[in-house]
Design a binder for this molecule. Structure first.
Ligand code: 4AD
Ligand code: MG
Length: 433
């Protein structure tokens, strides 16, 4: 008899198998017990029929408590009534680890209670489905960039630089020096691109954001590709191909997870159609002003979540907003060739209210210009000499971007809140568990 995972049921119909499972829920009558089971690969039902098993087995099936771990032995059958399509008719049960009264019951619980029990909540169906999608996006990211000739390049987490501004830095001590937790791997990725052509970083990043929104985490994971000899227009083409690739990969490999989440697969399929629309920041401001919904919005303002939602919904597709005002973007962006007040950059805004998922730009290549920008941003030039060296020794046009992994997962799963896109979210007021 083979020991299998639930997900492999389809290859074992009418066969007797053994599976290691946890009990998530149960109901029973005098003659039959239905055990809802999970093993981390999927969720399905075990059926115990009193007349077909030893009396102790049926007693155990009736008494066993939620989250007890056990081995079940039985025969796999097709079950057209369930999401999953298969069930197991159980002959024997061996308890592995008994469970105390489990705090998360099938009834409704408040979010704070659930977040306090995040280490257990992760076992629930929706959380399982979200982590499947997260895993697929990670897997497909490596696949995509490897196919495109990129190499994975690891940026440090402890750093002396602050690419995205000084207000949201996590400060720490590095022996007798100051250090920060990385806000972005970008500046290091630029060194990587000058060394190896096309690289991508993928690591944790930290922002001490005081804002409490459904889109912000304090600790999040970012994918940051950086490409030498590449201008912005070509970078945008790469970005949209990458996003479409991720969406298609989730459709191809996470059908069960999307079904559990009730996500509209047809809608997701639309997001694989390229190209995505591009509008300039100037046009975006005009569109918002003309809508009459954004009183007092003036050229030069940064967009918040209502503006981003309006813009992406206007197109029903992810949309690139290009060339923002220099004053609201970081120091490293390439100045616009004809408009002194703009930089050559783009944010990709996701539809359905998910907002900015990518921020990126072409990079400034002129050392003197960059040095002035670094001073203007209130940063210490001494800390950026290595970065300026990248312009001093064979500088080339180069571009890059950053995709927030959890923003992407939140959008693809259709979740309401970004806390569901990462196993243990770090948020304002939460570092437990
Ligand atoms: O727009 P951001 O700040 O850009 C950068 O960090 C650049 N260095 C990227 C680059 O060009 N290499 O952040 C990029 C993306 C955002 O579009 C968003 O998806 C995500 O990172 N992000 C966050 N995700 C969750 N919580 C936060 N607090 C986030 N801040 C940014
Ligand atoms: Mg941004």
């Amino acid at each position: 008899m083979e020991t299998i995972s639930i997900i492999d049921s389809k290859n074992h119909v009418n066969q007797k198998v053994k599976i290691g499972v946890w009990l998530t829920n149960k109901r029973s009558s005098g003659k039959i017990a239905f055990l809802q089971l999970r093993d981390g690969s999927a969720y399905f039902q075990g059926v115990v029929v009193k007349n077909n098993v030893e009396p102790e087995v049926f007693e155990l099936a009736k008494e066993v408590k939620q989250e007890t771990s056990m081995y079940v032995v039985g025969t796999i059958h097709e079950d057209s009534r369930s999401h999953f399509g298969y069930e197991i008719e159980i002959e024997d049960i061996t308890v592995v680890g008994e469970s105390e009264d489990y705090p998360i019951t099938p009834k409704e619980h408040g979010t704070d209670f659930l977040m306090d029990h995040r280490h257990l909540w992760l076992r629930s169906k929706k959380q399982f489905a979200n982590m499947q999608v997260r895993n697929e996006i990670t897997r497909a990211t490596f696949e995509f960039f490897n196919q495109e000739g990129f190499i994975k390049f690891d940026a440090p987490i402890l750093t002396g630089s602050a690419p995205e501004g000084t207000t949201e830095l996590f400060h720490t001590e590095y022996f007798d020096k100051d250090a920060y937790l990385s806000q972005s791997g970008q500046l290091y990725a630029e060194a990587g691109a000058m060394a190896y052509g096309k690289v991508f970083t993928f690591g944790p990043t930290f922002r001490a954001e005081k804002s409490k929104t459904r889109r912000h985490l304090i600790e999040f994971w970012m994918i940051e590709p950086e490409m030498a000899f590449m201008h912005q227009e070509e970078s945008l083409e790469l970005q949209e191909r990458y996003i479409a690739y991720l969406v298609q990969s989730v459709l191809d490999h996470c059908d069960y997870a999307l079904t559990l989440l009730g996500r509209d697969k047809g809608l997701l399929k639309n997001y694989t159609k390229l190209p995505y629309p591009r509008i300039s920041y100037d046009e975006a401001v005009k569109l918002l002003q003309d809508s009459g919904e954004f009183d007092g919005l003036e050229w030069g303002a940064d967009f918040g979540s209502p503006e981003e939602t309006y813009l992406a919904n206007h197109f029903n597709q992810p949309v690139f907003v290009v060339n923002y005002p220099k004053a609201i973007k970081p120091f490293y962006m390439k100045p616009h060739p004809t408009r002194e007040d703009l930089v050559v950059c783009a944010d990709l805004l996701a539809p359905e209210g998910y907002g900015e998922i990518i921020g990126g730009s072409e990079r400034a290549t002129d050392a003197a210009y960059l040095e002035a920008q670094i001073k203007k941003a209130g940063l210490n030039e001494k800390d950026y000499q290595w970065y300026l060296d990248l312009r001093r020794y064979g500088s080339v046009p180069h571009s890059g971007f950053g995709l927030g992994l959890e923003r992407m997962v939140t959008w693809i799963t259709g979740e309401e809140h970004i806390r569901e896109a990462i196993p243990f979210p770090r948020m304002l007021n939460r570092i437990y568990p």
